[in-house]
Design a protein around this ligand. Structure first.
Ligand SMILES: [Zn+2]
Length: 77
């Protein structure tokens, strides 16, 4: 596996941070690849998918807490 810059990617761990309007999410020690040349951090496609699912779930639940209305019917999946 190679980075866009042509540098080698090494296995490692990283943290993922994301800020949305109503919450921030920080996940530590998730599997990631790091470029030895430009220090860019890349995540596995599967890992990105899981993170996105988690973000969607947290976002949905957060809305529910703020509005006091269950949103499960609207976003049921
Ligand atoms: Zn690179």
């Amino acid at each position: 596996m190679e980075c866009d810059c042509g540098g080698a990617l090494i296995d490692g761990k990283s943290s993922y941070r994301m800020s949305k309007k109503n919450f921030s999410l920080i996940i530590d020690n998730i599997p990631a690849y790091k470029c030895t040349r430009c220090d860019k951090v890349l995540y596995d496609e599967k890992t990105v998918d899981r993170i996105q699912q988690l973000v969607n779930k947290v976002e949905r639940d957060t809305k529910e807490i703020i509005t006091g209305k269950p949103s499960a019917n609207l976003y049921d999946y």
